[in-house]
Design a protein around this ligand. Structure first.
Ligand code: FES
Length: 108
């Protein structure tokens, strides 16, 4: 189910928004204008990826510099080993909507 999160205008390009639901979601607006939603909590330790550095389609964790591909959730640089979940995003009438994925990453 798609849920409205915030106006896209609230997330400038190159920045992120932390959606503080039960399992927080980070929404990234890339320099190219793409929007991605992934789990906010790094799979290595307890860091918020929304506080990390966005570069292209990757985010670098602010704590130990793991890098994740926002398109797939895969780890591109350690120390994290497990991927983060990715969530479906749509911008509808200027509002970011996210469908939170059902499956918990790394816990199967
Ligand atoms: S907490 Fe993210 S790399 Fe360690």
């Amino acid at each position: 189910m798609m849920r409205p999160v915030c106006p896209l205008a609230d997330i400038p390009r190159g920045e992120a928004y932390r959606w503080a639901i039960d399992t927080p979601v980070a929404i990234f607006h890339t320099d190219d204008g793409e929007v991605y939603a992934v789990d906010d909590t790094c799979t290595h330790q307890d860091a918020s990826l929304a506080d990390g550095w966005l570069e292209g389609c990757e985010v670098e964790c602010p704590l130990h510099a793991s890098r994740f591909d926002l398109r797939t959730g895969q780890v591109d640089a350690p120390p994290a080993k497990k991927p983060i979940r990715t969530h479906r995003v749509e911008v509808i009438d200027g509002v970011v909507h996210v469908a939170v994925a059902e499956v918990e990453a790394g816990r199967s």
